[in-house]
Design a binder for this molecule. Sequence first.
Ligand SMILES: *Cc1c(COP(=O)(O)O)cnc(C)c1O
Length: 397
Amino acid sequence: MMRQADPFDLQERLLKQQAQHRYRQRQTLESPQQAHVQLQGKTLLNFCSNDYLGLANHPKLIESAGAALRRFGTGSGASHLVCGHSSAHHALEEALAEFTGRERALLFSTGYMANTGVLGALLSNESQVLEDRLNHASLLDGGLHSGARFKRYRHNDVDDLARLLGKQPELPSLVVTDGVFSMDGDCAPLAELASVCADYPAWLMVDDAHGFGVLGKTGAGLIEAQNLSPAQVPVMMATLGKALGCAGAFVAGSETLIEALIQFARPYIYTTAMPPAMAAAALTALSLLSEESWRRDQVLSNVRYFRQLAQEAGLPLMLSETPIQPLLIGDEALAMQMATNLREAGFWITAIRPPTVPAGTSRLRVTLTAEHQSHEIERLVSQLSIEWQRLAQEATL
Ligand SMILES: *Cc1c(COP(=O)(O)O)cnc(C)c1O
């Protein structure tokens, strides 16, 4: 036998993953991302995308991306600091700064890179980072790799955060939280977090990937909805791949913060700039937040309708008022089984399992968008309720 056949025990690790019902598989879409999708020749009602406003296949975004493709070509050709920074990128950055009420904004190729970039640039072994336990993996990874002292506080627990900050009150600290928690749908108490930070040499950073475009009077996100100033949240991050229907991300903040990121954020410096056409599409998406503000009202009214029906049906809803409406199943195999049954009935909902969520809290992550019709939400809840009752019956047998 060749000695190097499997030096990393990949076979064994894959088998273990399967035995634990954690094996992940991709499903290949044959249509645009929208409420009805084509999957392996079958049409499914899609309740698992983050395209909350239904912009990912919007004709105006396609039109502006097309015009930018003809003007700028496909690839940006280089990183922003070499020769890849186009006027399309620049216009989007200026619009994002204005929209978020901050001095400047900086584009990143992905949200994952924005988060690891900010944490790596700000932190060192002479500082600490405190993160909500349920933060997105990119924030946790960025904190762990930053070299800073890394602490996690209990979910949305401001007292726990204050206790941890009080242990080393002189240490420069970055407090980091999801705005809307991606697998739970609940929101961080930003004013309370900011007020704890104010007692220390601490900055608050909010990752509003799921709030941006959806929450707040103008769609500027959770920071707007909870009415916090840039001074209270010096670092705002959001992505362009969810409600805005595009791809990429940005960080908004002071002139100094953005200049520091340009100099020190390695995932900004050492990567190719996003395609200019994507920036052009995102700029159009940003203007649609006001031109088609009905989309925000629609998705939130769909959320209320879903919750009302799900409550009446006795489904295991979680405490969320955002388009992320998980149903807490618990067991991994049961969550998988429900997702499979739902697929057969024509509904696409993903089962979220460990390590994405803590063991024993596997869930069906239902997401609503502005494109869902009320009769579709009704059909969804009645199918969910059939599957849920079947589960309950099997459990008592
Ligand atoms: C999706 C997401 C990210 C990552 O953004 P990408 O652009 O997909 O890399 C970061 N943070 C949160 C909370 C997210 O939900």
